[in-house]
Ligand binder design. Structure first.
Ligand code: EPZ
Length: 422
C-alpha cells in the first residue's frame, strides 16, 4: 500500500485519539539498552520507524516483544563483545536518523561501538559534528574509515559541555552516555523539546539522577546501574498538530483526544491567527474552523518552545489556500521546502525567496492531482493538501508517511475524509 487516494473538499468532523510520540519512543527504546532489566513501554506507536529501531535492537541480541498496549524490552543478552553495528541491517542504520541515539546508549552500556554514518534525508545533510564534539569531552575517541564511525572510551567521565546549537539528538546522546559515566555532567544549551523531557523521565524511573530536563541546562549524575520500569509514551505533539492543521485547512470541528496541549503553545497560537477556535477540554483539544483560513505575515520555525520545524510543511499547506499573503522562514533544516513543487501542481502560488524563506499568496481553490511524497512531514502536508483540494488527489511514496503516522488514513476517515490507502 504505497499510495493514498483522496476526494477533497470535505470538512472534518468527529474525534480521533492521538498516538504515542515517535520522537519520544525512539530514544527511549535506545535507552532500554542501559539496563539488564525489563522495561515495559506503553502506548508505543506502531509505525515504521519504531519497527526499524526494534529490528536494530533485535540484531544486537535484545529481546523485544509487542503486547496489547505496548512493547516489552530486555537488553540483558546484548552482544557486548566487539560491538559492530555494522552487523546490523545496514539499510536500517543508513535510512534512519534516529539510529544515531544508539550511539549514546551503546557507549553508555558497552563503552565502544562501530556504526555506519546514520542516514541523512532530503530535508538536510544532517551532520553529527555537535554529537561528536560533545561526546569527545566525556572521553570518547572517534575514528572513521570506509563510511564507518568507531567510538570508544577507556572510561566515560562527566564534563561541563556547551552545545553550540540545541540539537535534539545531540542532547539525547549526551544524556544517554552521561547517565553511565563517572561523575557529573552539566549540559548547557540543551534542547528543551518534550521528547528530551520524556527520555529523562524514563531514565529517572530507571534510577538515573537528572535535573533540569526541559530547560537549557541539564545536570546528570552518573550512576553505576539502572533498572527496568514501566513507562507510558506521551502523545505525539506533531501528529496532533498535523491533524489540527488538517481541520484548519479543510474546515469543520474535531476533538483531538489526548493531544498534549501544554506542548503545543506555538502551534495553537498560529492556528488562532489563522482563524481557528481552539478549546482545551478534559478529553483533549477541540478545534473549530468555519471560515477560510487567514494568512499570517511571518511564520518562523525555531527550537522548542518555538514553532516546530516538523509542522512547517503542514502549516504551509494551509497557508496556500488562506486569505492573503504569508511568509515562512525555516530556521532548523536547510532543505525543508521540497513540498513546494507538488503544492504548486495543485494550483498553489508559492515563491522561493531564498534557501530559508518562501512567500505564499493564498488562492481560493486548490485542485486535486497526483503528488509524490519525498519525506515524512512533507508527505503529511501533501495529504492535507488533498483534503483541502477539490476533486481527487493521489499521493504516492506513502511509505514515508507511515514512518511517523500510525493510522493516518483510518483517523482521517473517522473524521469524515474520503480517503483510502491502496
Ligand atoms: C530531531 O531530529 C527529530 N527527530 C526531528 O524530527 C526534528 O525535526 C528535529 O529533532 C528538530 O526538532 C527525532 O527526534 C528522531 P537536531 P535531530 O539535531 O535530532 C543540525 C521528524 O519528522 N545539526 O535538533 O536530527 C541539523 O543538521 C523528524 O519526526 C548539526 O549541524 O535534529 C539540523 O539542521 C525530522 N550538527 C539542526 O541542527 C549536529 O551534530 C537540528 O538538528 C546535529 C544537528
Amino acid at each position: 500500500m504505497d499510495s493514498i487516494h483522496i476526494q477533497g473538499g470535505v470538512a472534518l468532523r468527529g474525534k480521533v485519539r492521538i498516538q504515542g510520540s515517535k520522537n519520544a519512543a525512539l530514544p527511549i527504546l535506545a535507552a532500554t539498552l542501559l539496563t539488564k532489566e525489563t522495561s515495559h513501554l506503553q502506548n508505543c506507536p506502531r509505525i515504521a520507524d519504531v519497527y526499524c529501531m526494534i529490528r536494530l535492537l533485535r540484531s544486537l541480541g535484545v529481546c523485544v516483544r509487542w503486547e496489547e498496549n505496548g512493547v516489552r524490552v530486555n537488553a540483558k543478552s546484548l552482544q557486548t563483545d566487539e560491538l559492530v553495528l555494522g552487523n546490523m541491517p545496514t539499510e536500517a542504520v543508513r535510512s534512519m536518523r534516529s539510529s544515531l541515539c544508539l550511539l549514546g546508549a551503546l557507549l553508555g552500556r558497552v563503552g565502544a561501538v562501530t556504526m555506519e554514518y546514520p542516514g541523512g534525508c532530503v530535508i538536510g545533510e544532517r551532520p553529527i559534528d555537535i554529537h561528536i564534539a560533545a561526546l569527545k569531552q566525556m572521553g570518547v575517541v572517534f575514528a572513521e574509515a570506509d563510511g564507518m564511525l568507531t567510538a570508544s572510551a577507556q572510561t566515560l567521565h562527566g564534563a561541563d559541555i556547551t552545545l553550540p546549537f540545541p540539537s535534539v539528538g545531540a542532547t539525547e546522546n549526551v544524556i544517554l552516555t552521561a547517565v553511565m559515566a563517572e561523575g557529573t555532567t552539566i549540559l548547557r544549551g540543551a534542547a528543551r523539546e518534550p521528547e528530551v523531557v520524556a527520555l529523562c523521565e524514563y531514565l529517572e524511573q530507571c534510577g538515573a539522577r537528572i535535573e533540569g530536563a526541559g530547560g537549557q541546562t541539564i545536570q546528570i549524575e552518573g550512576t553505576g546501574q539502572l533498572y527496568g520500569t514501566h513507562y507510558q509514551i506521551p502523545p505525539d505533539r506533531i501528529v496532533a498538530g498535523t491533524y489540527l492543521f488538517g481541520a484548519v485547512g479543510a474546515g469543520g470541528s474535531v476533538l483531538l483526544e489526548r493531544a498534549p496541549i501544554q506542548q503545543m503553545e506555538a502551534v495553537l497560537e498560529l492556528a488562532k491567527q489563522m482563524g481557528a477556535q481552539c478549546d482545551l477540554t478534559t478529553e483533549g483539544l477541540y478545534v473549530q474552523m468555519e471560515t477560510r483560513p487567514q494568512a499570517v505575515p511571518l511564520l518562523c520555525t525555531a527550537p522548542y518552545p518555538g514553532f516546530p520545524t516538523d509542522l512547517q510543511s503542514p502549516a504551509l499547506t494551509v497557508l496556500t489556500c488562506a486569505e492573503g499573503d504569508s511568509v515562512i522562514e525555516e530556521n532548523i533544516f536547510e532543505n525543508r521546502f521540497r513540498v513546494v513543487e507538488p503544492l504548486r501542481s495543485l494550483g498553489a502560488q508559492i515563491e522561493l525567496l531564498d534557501r530559508h524563506r518562501v512567500a505564499v499568496h493564498g488562492v481560493e481553490r486548490l485542485h486535486g492531482t497526483v503528488m509524490e511524497a519525498k519525506e515524512l512531514r512533507g508527505g503529511a502536508a501533501l495529504l492535507l493538501a488533498g483534503l483541502v483540494a477539490d476533486g481527487e488527489s493521489i499521493i504516492t511514496g506513502c511509505s514515508y508517511i507511515y514512518r511517523g503516522y500510525e493510522n493516518i488514513c483510518k483517523d482521517l476517515r473517522e473524521l469524515g475524509a474520503r480517503i483510502t490507502s491502496v
